[in-house]
Ligand binder design. Structure first.
Ligand SMILES: [Zn+2]
Length: 198
C-alpha cells in the first residue's frame, strides 16, 4: 500500500505547499483569523452533554458502544494538562509545522488515541504516506469517535476534525485520499498518542 501511494503524491503535496506559502505570505490578518476561528471556538461544549463513542482496546479491538458524558475542562485545566504547544493545537485549532511531528513517518502497527482524553481515533491499518508531513489516514477508527466541523478560517472552506469525546481539534479531512474512501484525514501528531500493538 505504501509504495503505490508514494507514486501519486505529487499533486496534493504541491497544492498544500502552495496553500501554506500563500497563507504565510498574507501575514498578520490571516494569522489572527487562524488563531481565533469563530466556528471552532463556538463548537466546544461548556455544559454537560452525553456523547456516543465506540470503545477500543489498546490492540485495536472494538469493545462496545458507550454513551458517556463529554469531557469538559477549563482552558487553564487543559493548558496545565497539555503544555502550551499541544494546548494551542488541540484547544485553539493551531496546526503543527509539516514534518515536525512525531507520527508523520511512523509505520508501526497500533492505534492512535486522543492526547486530551484517550478516545480511540485512528488505526495504523488506515494510515498512508500522503507526502504532506502530517500523519494521514483514509478513515477514523469509528465514525462516532470523530466529529466533522465546517471551517472557513484562512479564507478556505475546509472540514475540521475534532474528538467527539472532548472536542479536541485534530486536523482536517480532504477528499483527495486513497481508496477505498478517497478521504485524507490530515492530522496533527500533537493531537494524538500512539499505542503500539503488542
Ligand atoms: Zn479527546
Amino acid at each position: 500500500m505504501f509504495n503505490s501511494d508514494l507514486d501519486r503524491d505529487e499533486s496534493p503535496t504541491s497544492r498544500r505547499a502552495f496553500l501554506i506559502s500563500a497563507a504565510a505570505g498574507l501575514g498578520g490578518l490571516l494569522l489572527w483569523q487562524w488563531k481565533t476561528p469563530a466556528i471552532l471556538e463556538a463548537a466546544p461544549a461548556t455544559e454537560p452533554k452525553d456523547v456516543t463513542i465506540i470503545v477500543f482496546s489498546d490492540d485495536g479491538h472494538r469493545l462496545k458502544t458507550s454513551r458517556i458524558p463529554k469531557v469538559i475542562k477549563t482552558p487553564d485545566q487543559w493548558r496545565q494538562q497539555l503544555g502550551p504547544g499541544v494546548f494551542d493545537i488541540t484547544r485553539n485549532a493551531d496546526t503543527e509545522i509539516a514534518y515536525s511531528g512525531k507520527y508523520w513517518d511512523l509505520h508501526d502497527k497500533g492505534i492512535y488515541r486522543c492526547i486530551c482524553c484517550d478516545n480511540a481515533l485512528f488505526d495504523s491499518a488506515t494510515k498512508f504516506d500522503s507526502g504532506t508531513g502530517w500523519p494521514s489516514f483514509w478513515a477514523p477508527i469509528a465514525k462516532e469517535n470523530v466529529t466533522e466541523i465546517r471551517d472557513t478560517t484562512l479564507g478556505l472552506v475546509r472540514t475540521a476534525v475534532a474528538c467527539t469525546q472532548c472536542d479536541a481539534h485534530l486536523g482536517h479531512v480532504f477528499d483527495d485520499g486513497p481508496a477505498p474512501t478517497n478521504l485524507r484525514y490530515c492530522m496533527n501528531s500533537a493531537s494524538l498518542r500512539f499505542v503500539k500493538s503488542k
